[in-house]
Every structure is written in C-alpha cells, then in structure tokens.
Design a protein around this ligand. Structure first.
Ligand code: DAH
Length: 342
C-alpha cells in the first residue's frame, strides 16, 4: 500500500476507533495506539526514509497534517469525555441537604453523680475536704468504734452483709469518721461520699446505695453550728425559701441525735403528696459526736466537740428530681437518665 492510502486508512481507523470510546481512560489507551512511540502514526513517520526525494516535502506535510488532525480529534473527544465524567461525579456526590442528619447521642450524668457533685461543691465551699473510706470494712470501724458494740440493738437497724467473721460491707459512711479521727487531729472538717450496703430491697430501699457523710470536730462546736450549716445546705439544694427543723432521734454515735427535716419545697409547707400532708420532708440524720466516740479516737471530749451528719444520696436525688421509684436509679435506662442534665 502506498503511503498516501495508508494515511487515509489511518484517518478512517482513528474515526472508527474513537466511535467506540466511552471513557477518558479508554481514550488514553486508544491514543497511545495511534500517537504513542510505537503507535500507527509514529510508525508511518518512520516510512519517510523510503519516500523518494522529490515527494518528501509533500508526504512530510501529509504526515504532519495527519498527526495534527489526530491529536485534535483526541483532544476534542477528551474534553467532551472529561466534562461528561465530571458532571457524572457531581451528580453522584451531590449531598441531599433535605435528608435528616445522623444524630449523635450525647451522654449525661447519673442523678446520683449530679447530687454528689453538687453536695461536694456546696460543702467544699464551706471548707470541707473529701475523704473516701473503704467499702469493705471491719466491725470495729462500722460499729464498735461508733459506739455500737456487738450486743447493741442498733446493729439490728442495719441488716449487714458479712464477708467473713468481723469483716463486712460497710452499712454506713459513718465508718469513715473513725478512720479520719484516728489519723487526723482537730480541727477536722470532712465530707465522705460513698456506696453502702444493707440487706434491704423495696421501692425506697436498695441493697447498695450511696451516702454522704459529714464530720466537723473543733473547739467550741455546738448544735447551733450544725443547724446553721444545714440551713445553708437546704437552701442551696432545695431552694432559697426552704427552712430546716431538727427532731430528736437516736443514733449510737451522736448525742444528742436529730432527724433533719426541710420544709416541703413542693407545696411550701401547706401539705401535699410529696410531704404526705405534713409540710415537712425528712432528709438526713445528724447529731453531736458522742463523747465516747471522740474518746475512742484519742480526742479529748472536754476540749473538743463536733457534729456529724449523714444522708442518702439516692433519697436526695429522688426528692429533688421527683423520682418515685428508687429502682429507676439502678436500671441504667438511658431514656430515663437522659432527662437529668443539672
Ligand atoms: N449513719 C446513719 C445511717 O446510715 C446516718 C447518720 C446519722 C450519720 C447521724 C451521721 C449522724 O453522721 O450523725 O442511718
């Protein structure tokens, strides 16, 4: 075949090959087969050597034109395909802004944690330091040193889980008072939050619950100091208008002992379901530290006196947040827990 026919045929073959091309990647391969180093057009160029001298100029021109034309065709198609591919990509990656977003769940603190943190914040503002005692205690710290010897009827007030003879799960954070008084001399001002355990289980009791204990020992501490501090605590937790009252009670480690009520923050004291019509709600136990307890810890009760108080954190949480069943605090249901933010 002469070179002119070959050029014409190549032209036609380029057109044919381009017809079937559908992607820029495929186009690149086809382009190589014509314009690459060993492609058809390049091969044709090599035949220039065999062309007679007088035709060299003309054939050279034809070949150059072929190359230019072919490149143009490829470039044109390449532009078209690139544009089409970009449009397809945009369509595929379009974000539908009307689609609902993916929700990310955020956690919240457990009511117990909220109350504990609130109490720690209130009392640390009054100068209390936090002390955490062990949950596994021995009888001495949990009972004996708190003026509750083995045959004392008050031991029956708290159904104890024994782990081994003399070893138990603490029934009250009061056990920590002794550990503090043994290791630290007055002035003492500590707050002791933690879990306690009792064999007790109903709508308002759980075998494991949390308490917050407070202890103040110094020279000249009186029941008035306790009352003043409780007034402040009640206002901060339940609201400015809340009042406190002390009722005589009994705990072996305090003398005198009191039960502390707050005026009902729901009805303002008129009487409602929350306060069972009395206008008052019991929130904690307290009293002046019994002389025998101080003595047992090596603190002279003729020089020092102190007060102590203990409250159930779940009870405070239930009152403050209007939770009517204690079990809700132990189920860990996020639908319930999510409701408490502060
Ligand atoms: N430990 C007592 C209880 O669990 C509560 C209590 C009462 C603690 C009087 C005290 C207190 O510190 O002075 O029932």
């Amino acid at each position: 075949m002469d070179i002119e026919s070959n050029i014409r045929l190549t032209d036609e073959d380029v057109d044919k090959a381009l017809k079937d091309v559908t992607s820029s990647k495929q186009l690149q391969e086809v382009k190589m087969s014509f314009l690459g180093k060993t492609g058809r057009v390049s091969e044709l160029m090599k035949h220039m050597r065999e062309v007679a001298a007088e035709k060299k100029r003309e054939i050279g021109q034809l070949l150059n034109d072929l190359r230019a034309r072919t490149e143009e065709k490829f470039n044109a198609l390449n532009d078209k395909l690139k544009k089409k591919e970009l449009e397809e990509r945009y369509a595929a990656e379009t974000v539908d802004i009307t689609m609902p977003g993916r929700k990310s769940e955020s956690g919240s603190f457990h009511p117990n944690t909220l109350i504990r943190d609130e109490l720690v914040s209130i009392f640390s503002g009054m100068g209390f330091e936090v002390f955490e005692g062990p949950e596994i205690e021995n009888e001495y710290y949990n009972f004996t040193a708190l003026n509750t010897p083995a045959d004392h009827p008050a031991r029956d007030m708290q159904d104890t889980f024994y782990l081994a003879p003399g070893l138990l799960l603490r029934t009250q954070t009061s056990a920590g008072q002794i550990r503090v008084m043994e290791s630290k001399k007055p002035p003492i001002k500590i707050l002791s939050p933690g879990k306690v355990y009792r064999s007790d289980d109903d709508a308002t009791h759980s075998p494991m619950f949390s308490q917050m204990e407070g202890l103040v020992v110094d020279k000249g501490i009186t029941l008035c100091d306790l009352k003043g501090m409780l007034d402040e605590f009640a206002k901060r937790v339940f609201g400015e208008s809340v009042k406190t009252r002390l009722r005589p009670s009994y705990f072996p480690f305090t003398e005198p002992s009191v039960e502390v009520d707050v005026s009902c923050f729901e009805c303002g004291g008129k009487g409602c379901r929350l306060c069972k019509g009395t206008g008052w709600i019991e929130v904690l136990g307290a009293g002046m530290v019994n002389r025998r307890v101080l003595e047992g810890c090596g603190i002279d009760p003729d020089v020092y006196s102190g007060f102590a108080f203990g409250m159930g954190i779940e009870r405070i949480a239930m009152l403050k947040y209007g939770i009517n069943n204690m079990k809700l605090l132990f189920e860990g249901d996020v639908r319930f827990l999510k409701q408490f933010k502060d």
